[in-house]
Design a protein around this ligand. Structure first.
Ligand SMILES: *Cc1c(COP(=O)(O)O)cnc(C)c1O
Ligand SMILES: [Zn+2]
Length: 404
């Protein structure tokens, strides 16, 4: 039997600047717009003409590559062998009761090969780097993007170089090293690691995976939204909750739902809720104060949710749009609320890292603030596995516990 894995051609045809709106012809190695506006990242624009849902079945892969026709990957690209995506979306009555809503569904990204949603983006990066003939691929990361890249690069036979801040949890560093990546620990914040990586990649001619400035990373992350809708028999959930640091995942989810709405494969958009921690809350402040993003005060970031630390979120424009255009909201939670939610999720069967628990803490907060109704349906994007950060598990276990 012959199976045709490829679609005739990638449908990506332009890169649109999120600041000036200008469209550039699709050139997958282009990073930023040249308009000079700060945060001028690009967004991939597609031509969906003639694409039908049945076309998805032409791809033999059941993982994220099922949506290959909706991705900026050419027909001759070699896909990673390791399977990324196809994570379960499972109802959880215990969490629904505790949060006080009609239904909770967990999108369990802790089951990805390297244990976080970042694998979806790294799978695109590695595929594209190979397509373009690169041997070395670099990224800045708070830890998970680096682990994801290290994993996918190992699988594809590429060399990975990762720039991480010194606050990266030991378990994440160990897994990155185990996959064989080269680790550069930057004495300072994630934002400093980001700048160092950008500089090195330009000097050395490496493929750069870093979030937001590589426009294709949003495209990998959007596959989580595709899966959620297909798992709901092609409808959008009422609400979606996700932890926000750089703002790339929330931007990717928004892109995914928007694509499906444009295609007519779903009939409505979900309300998207971005959850930030008090120690890293740039977007929460920007949204609440209703001031332009370039006037928001930049503060140093610190939280138990290491994956959500970003002084200046790299994908802030897409991240703000995701919430404002879907009548969602940004909510803020404390580190203690994150730890409480971590325990609550564990007691409902999900061992998650703090950044994933933040999404659940945000749903609790939104319910308290009446942003969510008592019969609402909430998808919680559980972005990362609890074994990635043992010291946070220790802190959570040591906390006093008074079950309801
Ligand atoms: C990266 C990450 C986030 C936040 O994603 P951003 O794109 O930085 O907003 C949330 N949870 C986990 C586990 C992550 O690794
Ligand atoms: Zn521009």
């Amino acid at each position: 039997m012959t199976v045709h894995l490829t679609n005739p051609q990638s449908r990506a045809h332009a890169l649109q600047c999120v600041r000036c709106g200008r469209r550039h012809p699709f050139a997958p190695l282009r990073h930023l717009c040249d308009c000079g506006a700060e945060g001028a990242v690009l967004d991939v624009v597609y031509d969906w003409h003639g694409l039908r849902r049945e076309d998805l079945d032409r791809c033999a892969r059941q993982d994220m590559w099922r949506y290959r026709a909706l991705l900026p990957i050419g027909p001759d690209a070699i896909l990673p062998e390791i399977s990324v995506g196809a994570t379960p979306l499972s109802p959880n009555a215990g969490l629904a009761r505790q949060i006080g809503v009609g239904a909770v569904l967990i999108k369990d990204e802790g089951r990805q090969p390297s244990g976080s949603l970042k694998d979806r983006a790294s799978a695109i990066a590695v595929t594209h780097a190979r397509e373009a003939g690169y041997r070395t691929i670099a990224t800045a990361s708070t830890g998970n993007a680096a682990a994801a890249l290290a994993c996918l690069a190992a699988n594809a036979g590429l060399h990975a170089v990762v720039y991480v801040p010194e606050t990266t949890p030991a378990e994440k560093l160990l897994s990155i090293r185990a996959y064989g990546a080269e680790v550069v620990t930057v004495a300072g914040s994630y934002d400093m690691a980001f700048a160092a990586c950008l500089h090195a990649a330009q000097e050395r001619g490496w493929y750069l995976r870093s979030t937001a400035i590589n426009p294709l990373m949003t495209e990998g992350k959007k596959t989580a939204a595709y899966e959620i809708c297909e798992q709901l028999a092609w409808r959008a959930p009422e609400t979606v909750f996700v932890g926000v640091g750089d703002g790339s995942i929330i931007g990717g989810l928004h892109k995914g739902f928007s694509d499906l709405l444009a295609l007519g494969w779903i009939g409505s958009m979900p309300r998207i809720f971005g959850v930030q921690v008090a120690g890293s809350n740039f977007l929460y402040r920007a949204w609440g104060q209703k001031i332009p993003l370039d006037q928001v005060e930049r503060r140093s970031a610190s939280s138990i949710a290491d994956s959500l630390q970003a002084e200046l979120p790299q994908d802030r424009f897409k991240a703000l749009d995701a919430v404002t255009r879907t009548a969602g909201a940004y909510v803020e939670v404390s580190d203690d609320q994150v730890l409480d939610a971590m325990r609550l999720m564990a007691r409902c069967g999900y061992l998650v890292e703090p950044a994933a628990a933040a999404a659940c803490a945000g749903a609790i907060r939104a319910r308290e603030q009446d942003l969510l109704g008592p019969r609402s349906e909430a998808v919680i994007v559980s972005t990362g596995n609890g074994l990635k950060d043992i010291s946070s598990l220790r802190r959570m276990i040591a906390m006093p516990y008074a079950p309801k």
